[in-house]
Design a protein around this ligand. Sequence first.
Ligand code: ZN
Length: 97
Amino acid sequence: MPLENTKQSAAEALRQTRTFGKVRCHNPSCMGRIQPEPGARLVKCPTCGMEYRLYWVSPTLPRIRGPVWDVNREIAEKTFAEKQAVTKPTAGKMKGK
Ligand SMILES: [Zn+2]
C-alpha cells in the first residue's frame, strides 16, 4: 500500500480511523461498501454507480432508505440493453420485481 496518508486532510484521516458509517450497496451483483459523506441524503456507489437515498439512524450511522429510481432505472436499462444486444431474450416477462 502506498504511503499517501500524509496527503489526507485531518477530517479524512479522522473519518477513516473512526470508520464512519458505511453501508453496503443494495445491488446484488455489487454489494460494494459505500461510505457516504456525514449527513448526506444521497450516496452513489463508487463501484456500480447506483444511487441510494440515506436515512441517518444517528449522526454517524447511515442506512439505505431506498434506491434513487431515476438514476438506477437508467443504469438498469443500459445494462438490459447491453445484455439484449448480446443475447436474445427468450422470456417475455420482465425479470425481477
Ligand atoms: Zn454498488
